[in-house]
Design a protein around this ligand. Structure first.
Ligand code: GLY
Length: 349
């Protein structure tokens, strides 16, 4: 078991990797515990829940709405939750986003923590204190920053993950190598077979290395004023593809990373050979599919939260393992989208 601490000006968080629910019992309150989960996770792991009152909702991205947050706040109120209550989000990325959001607004904020049950949430969503729900087709446009007191990542729970969700998590795992650690990228690429088998030792090692990267970034920039933006690599195009094609988040991020790689080459920031490395690795991991950018992508991006007064903060690459942030004007972005769409449609023919 490994413990990593995020101590930042905006709060502290203890990340417990490779542990089990037994390891968090001493960290939970004796009373006032409320578990927020979804029906799938409850069916699989309800027997491992550490007591408390359970509130479960529907699984899936469609639940990430203000109505869900409002409904959960009402249930908490009806159940007598007060300012001293403790919320434990038990599930994947969607559960963590919603439970964190509820914990940060219910009675102006109550204590909270997560048991993270998917690869996607163990390497990304449960860590770093971002919470959020969607506003129509705009992802995570309503949200807060609030560090969970602790996050338990029990890797044995990944055995029950459906293949598509596992591959989705692989997108975020790859991302950490691509933005910050070339060796991690190569090690993930070389471990495809063992990962397919959900080998716990290999998974544990790769997740630990990715989480160390994320923790180091969040420690330095908890509120995403600058450096933390690199964690959004692949997300600007990825969010558009996720909403338009209704594909899992991590798969959309994988496609988004390739498009952001193309943009890096187009801008002269990265040699084409580096893009090929990414393409081959993600293709071998079964993560690249034909998901074209929809019409109107530039105006969707212009309304994304990464855009500011006519330009967009974009994460590009200088090489695999080295991300940089650049401001792009909307006009330049449109020129790239025209180039990319033309190239992509020719390669589909
Ligand atoms: N998922 C990106 C971040 O936490 O900043």
């Amino acid at each position: 078991m490994n413990r990593i601490r995020i101590n930042s000006a905006e709060g502290r968080s203890l990340l417990i990797l490779g542990g089990t629910v037994d390891d968090i019992m001493p960290l939970l309150p004796g009373k006032g515990l409320f578990i927020i989960t979804d029906t799938n996770v409850r069916k699989l792991y309800g027997n491992s829940f550490p007591g408390g009152e359970v509130l479960s909702g529907e699984a899936g991205e469609g639940s990430k709405t203000m109505q869900t947050v409002e409904g959960l706040c009402r249930k908490l109120l009806d159940a007598g939750a007060d300012r001293s209550s403790f919320i434990l989000g038990f599930g994947g990325g969607v559960v963590c986003d919603i439970a964190g959001m509820v914990a940060s607004v219910y009675m102006r904020g109550v204590r909270h923590a997560f048991v993270s049950t998917t690869l996607l949430s163990q390497v990304d969503a449960s860590i770093g204190g971002k919470t959020g729900v969607n506003l129509g087709e705009y992802k995570n446009i309503i949200g807060t920053f609030r560090q969970p007191e602790f996050v338990l990542c029990d890797h044995s729970m990944l055995r029950t993950l459906p293949d598509e969700e596992f591959r989705s998590g692989m997108g975020e795992l790859f991302k950490h190598g691509i933005i910050r650690d070339r060796n991690l990228f190569f090690d993930i690429s070389a471990s495809a077979e063992k990962l397919e088998e959900r080998d716990p030792a290999v998974l544990g090692d790769l997740i630990l290395r990715a989480v160390r990267i994320k923790a180091a970034v969040v420690r330095r920039d908890p509120l995403e004023k600058g450096m933390r933006r690199i964690l959004n690599f692949g997300h600007t195009f990825g969010h558009v593809l996720e909403t338009h094609h209704r594909i899992p988040h991590g798969l959309a991020v994988a496609q988004g990373m390739i498009i952001a790689g193309e943009l890096s080459v187009w801008k002269g920031e990265m040699p084409h050979a580096e893009l090929r490395l990414m393409q081959v690795a993600l293709e071998n991991a079964g993560m690249i599919g034909g998901y074209p950018l929809p019409a109107g992508v530039t105006s969707m991006i212009a309304r994304d939260k990464k855009s500011e007064s006519g330009s967009v903060n974009f994460v590009l690459l200088n090489s695999v393992g080295k991300a940089v942030t650049r401001k792009l004007s909307i006009t330049e972005l449109q020129a790239f989208v025209n180039y990319y769409t033309e190239k992509d449609s020719q390669s589909q023919q």
